[in-house]
Each structure stands twice: as C-alpha cells, then as structure tokens.
Ligand binder design. Structure first.
Ligand code: FNR
Length: 373
C-alpha cells in the first residue's frame, strides 16, 4: 500500500507501530534506543501520566492564540523540531524533508551537527523558515569556528549547544546488532563537508571510507573535557543567542544564568544518554524555579501529544521540542508525514488550551494541573 498523509495515524501508539513496520530493524533500533534498558526513556513518558489537566471556571474561548516569541524568533506555537541527526534512517530525504515541513508549518527547525545533509542544503530546503543550529562542541577550536561561520552564513540565527553527549550513551540495542549509522555513511554529510574537518581530520574522502569518517567524528566530537572556561571561544565566533541543551539540575541552570547564556533546554536527550536519569519532566519545575524568569526555559524528552505539551508549558516551559514522533511521521510519509505529526500535536495543544478555558498557553500555570492519584 502506498502511504498517504491520511494513513499517518494521529494516535501515537499506532503511529509508532506503523513506523516500526516500515523501518529496518537497525533504523528502528537506533531511533527508539534509550541508554541501558530504556528506563529513563520510559520514565520520561510516565512522568506525564502523573499529571492531569484542570479546566478553569468560565466560558470556553472562541479562539486560542498559541503564538509566542522566544529570544526574538516568532513562533505560531511554542513547539520546535528537536535536533535529530541521521534522519536518513527514517527517509532518504531526511532532514531536507523535515526542514521543508517545518517551514510549511512556520515552526522552528533545529539542525543537528550530525545532520545527514549539509547545513547549507538544509537551509535552502527550509527557505524563509526559522532555523537554529545545534552544536556538538568538537575538541578542535578551528572546527568550532568553521561550523559557526557556516551556520551564520546559512541563516541559522540561534545556537543550541548540546551538553549531554560529550560521551555517547551505552545503548545495548545498537550494540547487540552491531549497528552504527556512521558505518553506512549516514549522518556524516554535515561535518564531513566542512573544509576544516576535511583538511585536519579526514585524510580519506568519506565516500571512500565511511567507517574512517565515523571514527574521526567520534575522535573529535567526544569531548569529555568540555567546561565553562571554553565559552568565550563561542562568544568570539557567534553573535546570536546561545542556548544550552541537556540541563537537568537547578545548579547548572543557575550557572547558565551566571555565564550570560540566553536560554536553556531541559532535556535528557530522550533518555538516550544516561540510564537511570530522572524523568526530564521531573527536572523541569526545580529548574524553572532556579531560573526565576531570567531566561527562557525550553523543554524536551517524552512529549508525544498536545496534552503532554500542555503539561510541560503549565509547569513553566516557554516552549517544547519534539524528537521521535516526527521521525515516525517522516518514516511513513516523508515531508508530509513529519508535517502531519507536528501539526496534529499543535492542533491538539490548541484544543486542550481552549478546553481548559485559556485564550493562550501563556496564562497556563501549575494550577492548571493536578497530581494524578
Ligand atoms: C536525537 N537527539 C539529538 N539531540 C541533539 O542535540 N543532537 C542530535 O544530533 C540528536 N540526535 C538524535 C537522534 C535520534 C534518532 C533521536 C531520537 C534523538 C535528541 C533530541 O534532540 C531530543 O532531545 C529527544 O529526541 C527528545 O526526546 P523525544 O521527543 O524523542 O522523547
């Protein structure tokens, strides 16, 4: 059966089941993977079930306005495409298709350092869309500078630095099947296209030796020595706003404020990095309290529905990022599938905000929720 947009299910469990049928075991394993026995990935989802949405008294508003502005980026809804590398695992058009879907919806697209397509090509696909760049901070300063100047030239306005992947998580699913996308030359185009990477780290072209490219990537991008002292390097090379992704503790949030960071993303990488990490949603409230309005706090890890997005926003997130769900849509129907999944999520969020009798998500608060018994 040819998949059409109508056959991309709105129901998340069905969406995942259908995508699972269409993906190879290796791709499905890599996308679904969590660290360890996926305890934190499951905890992420379970944390949302512990909250219930309350309706406030009064009339149901005619219309809801979900629009917002985060650090100068206008958004029709507080929902972003999370940075995801190696999207060609889900569909040959990979990040080109999702960048187009994001532009169609007006939602912000965050492009990964591990993108399957070059940031310049993704920028073209994204056209007039809003786009941010996600950086895995390599150990080579010259490479950092090269990435940042390419990103700025290609119209990426904000930098999202991911902090939780200085070492790759322990992922038994991938280890058991002996799989890494990099062995297949996937997810390497963005960095192997970089002139500095080619000159210093990639003596053999990636088309000839994809394995060597993957190994070189691991060598430069695993960066356990990353520290606050290195921040001035980024500041010297990047004029736009800087967000840190992977914050889980109030202490780190306060440090981010102290170091003049512009925003943070509370995230545990969808549970892919540290097994046994607390659910990302449980980290949100203490972080929001510590930040105390001094910078925007974004959230991801575990958002599957508009109801989930509602809960994260009510607990204090300014916007949410979504990862795996749009990959499932992408797997089933490329650009249209990714668009449909994200549109469904935004439509449901709008519905829930209206049902809770708010005109905007901005008036949601902790009192919009109650603990499930
Ligand atoms: C990711 N994520 C991720 N994050 C990042 O900063 N850079 C990256 O290259 C990737 N790559 C990546 C690949 C795959 C297959 C997945 C599933 C995830 C993490 C992503 O940005 C986000 O934090 C999580 O996906 C959010 O959790 P959910 O929505 O998947 O539960």
């Amino acid at each position: 059966m040819t998949t059409t947009e109508q056959t991309v299910p709105r129901d998340l469990a069905q969406l995942e089941a259908r995508a699972a049928e269409s993906l190879s075991p290796e791709s499905l394993g890599y996308i679904r993977a969590g660290a360890g026995d996926r305890d934190s990935t499951r905890a992420n989802a379970a944390a949302f079930r512990r909250w219930r949405i309350k309706r406030r008294p009064g009339r149901t508003p005619e219309k809801v306005d979900l629009s917002t502005t985060i650090l100068g980026t206008r958004m029709p809804a507080p929902v972003l495409f999370a940075p995801v590398g190696v999207q060609t695992l889900a569909h040959p058009q990979g990040d080109l298709a999702t960048a187009r879907a994001a532009a169609e919806l007006g939602l912000t697209y965050v492009h990964s350092t591990q993108g399957a397509y070059k940031m310049e090509d993704v920028a073209r696909a994204n056209g007039d869309g809003a786009r941010w760049y996600q950086l895995y901070w390599p150990t080579d300063d010259e490479l950092v500078a090269s990435f940042l100047s390419r990103a700025a030239a290609a119209g990426y306005t904000h930098l999202v630095i991911t902090l939780d992947t200085t070492l790759l998580g322990w992922r038994p699913l991938d280890l058991d099947i002996g799989y890494s996308p990099f062995l297949e030359n996937k997810g390497i185009a963005n960095y192997t296209s970089d002139p500095v990477f080619q000159r210093k780290h990639m003596p053999v072209p990636a088309e000839v030796a994809p394995l060597a490219a993957g190994v070189a990537f691991a060598g430069v991008f695993q960066n356990p020595g990353l520290s606050w002292d290195q921040l001035p390097l980024i500041r010297r090379n990047w004029d736009g706003p800087i967000l840190l992704k992977g914050i889980q503790s109030p202490r780190d949030a306060r440090l981010a404020v102290k170091h003049g960071i512009d925003g943070i993303v509370v995230s545990n990488h969808g549970g892919r990095q540290v097994d046994g990490a607390i659910a990302s949603l449980d980290a949100l409230v203490p972080v929001v309290d510590a930040v105390d309005g001094r910078m925007p706090v974004l959230f991801d890890s575990g958002i599957r529905t508009g109801r989930d997005a509602f809960k994260a926003l009510a607990l204090g997130a300014d916007a949410v990022l979504v990862g795996r769900p749009y990959l499932y849509g992408l797997a089933l129907d490329g650009q249209r599938g990714a668009r449909r999944v994200m549109r469904t999520l935004v439509d449901e969020l709008e519905h829930e905000v209206r049902r809770a009798r708010h005109r905007s998500h901005r008036t949601l608060s902790r009192s919009s929720l109650t603990r499930a018994r």
